[in-house]
Design a protein around this ligand. Structure first.
Ligand SMILES: O=C(O)COP(=O)(O)O
Length: 210
């Protein structure tokens, strides 16, 4: 029975895709990246992370430093970001049913808290940063152990294939949402338990497993 729902932040709860592209373009000269044009967004969403990195001339070794700088720059814009339509209501409904809610994200806890405070979203029991882009599987594992949760008591809601992979490594269920960073076809190939086209499907899926 599900007791705890863990959410991804960027793309899933908050619409930060355009901000991320803007910040990447700002950092492009420093990291010698190819600038991203607006008409490429959809194409880039359909690529895997290694393909995406190649498409913008980003060698993997530059990724940690770039990610760090991007997270710092993100801070100044948290107040201009909006929650994805219908997500606040989903969080409220799940909380009202007695579920614990947490966030495990590769963004920083400060950025996330800033956004949540500014938008009066005060529903999360834990906000955890997994650090790097690929640390989510470990962060989820530590979280389950720390809270004595079995894999069947938890479900994750995310928007990227790397979220699905991290959940599979921990044997937990995963809902992938189609309005975030990764395109629907890419997510479908990773085999989530549910591919949600709109926020209300998240509630329906979770509440029928309680
Ligand atoms: O920091 C990011 O760019 C992505 O963060 P997320 O794990 O919440 O999607």
């Amino acid at each position: 029975m599900i007791k705890h729902v863990i959410f991804d932040f960027d793309g899933t709860i908050v619409e930060s895709r355009y901000l991320t592209v803007e910040l990447l373009n700002e950092l492009a000269p420093k990291y010698r990246l190819r600038e991203i044009k607006e008409d490429e967004y959809e194409y880039l969403r359909s690529l895997s992370i290694p393909q995406r990195c190649r498409a913008i001339n980003l060698p993997f070794y530059k990724l940690p430093l770039l990610k760090h700088e991007l997270t710092q720059k993100y801070r100044r814009a948290t107040r201009s970001l909006q929650a994805n339509k219908g997500m606040k209501e989903v969080l409220q409904q799940l909380k009202a049913k007695g579920l614990a809610l947490s966030i495990i994200s590769s963004n920083s806890a400060n950025n996330i808290k800033d956004f949540l405070d500014h938008n009066n979203i005060n529903l999360f029991d834990n906000i955890i940063s997994s650090g790097g882009i690929f640390g989510k599987d470990k962060a989820i594992g530590v979280f389950l152990a720390r809270h004595s949760l079995s894999s069947s008591e938890v479900i994750y809601v995310g928007d990227e294939c790397r979220d699905i992979v991290a959940c599979r490594k921990n044997n937990i269920g995963v809902i992938a949402v189609t309005w975030g960073y990764d395109a629907e076809e890419l997510l479908a190939d990773c085999g989530p338990d549910l591919l949600a086209q709109n926020p209300s499907e998240i509630c329906d899926f979770i509440l029928c497993q309680m």
